[in-house]
Design a binder for this molecule. Sequence first.
Ligand code: COA
Length: 162
Amino acid sequence: MGAMPPTSESTRVQYRIRPLEPADLEHLWTMEWDPLPRQISTFYLLCTIAHPEFCSVAIDGQHKIVGVLLATPSQNGQWIYLNHLRIEPHLRGQGVGGAMVRHLESQCRAAGIGRIWLLTSSDVEPFYLPLGYARDDSFMPPVTRRLMKEHRAAALILSKEL
Ligand SMILES: CC(C)(COP(=O)(O)OP(=O)(O)OC[C@H]1O[C@@H](n2cnc3c(N)ncnc32)[C@H](O)[C@@H]1OP(=O)(O)O)[C@@H](O)C(=O)NCCC(=O)NCCS
């Protein structure tokens, strides 16, 4: 897939969002993943290698990666899991993260995917609420819901119907 047209929504920062490319995996391997623990990052990297089609990066004017969004579609094509979103600290609060989420939503709509879901913390929840995400795990089969609650007790499940 070719580079996408500029999607910068802010006059304060110049960036564009493009699909993840194989060469970007090196960056994913070496970047900071906080607040995720390293063992989860390894798992998400494997998901990314298997399903890179909904993953994207934001790059600045010097072609440096300043944002990463990793997402994995479900096997039935009905929903997508937003694995990780990370904007470089010096660019936070300037609209890049929100633009990357909206970019994923556009991709999902075009692919007929009806829902995005993610795990987050109460600290980051206020970032997702204005984007239309809410605490809603009702789309999950009961057994999945139970397992998620048991194993990720501290994490919030947010989702948005597209
Ligand atoms: C969360 C994160 C991706 C947001 O990206 P960003 O580019 O800073 O977000 P945006 O500039 O598009 O939006 C920021 C808005 O969300 C709000 N917000 C609320 N809580 C926030 C939080 N914990 N972190 C970031 N933004 C938050 C900001 O106040 C801002 O609102 P405003 O536009 O009304 O001023 C970024 O801060 C980040 O990479 N954090 C570290 C990794 C992380 O926690 N990722 C989320 C994992 S689920």
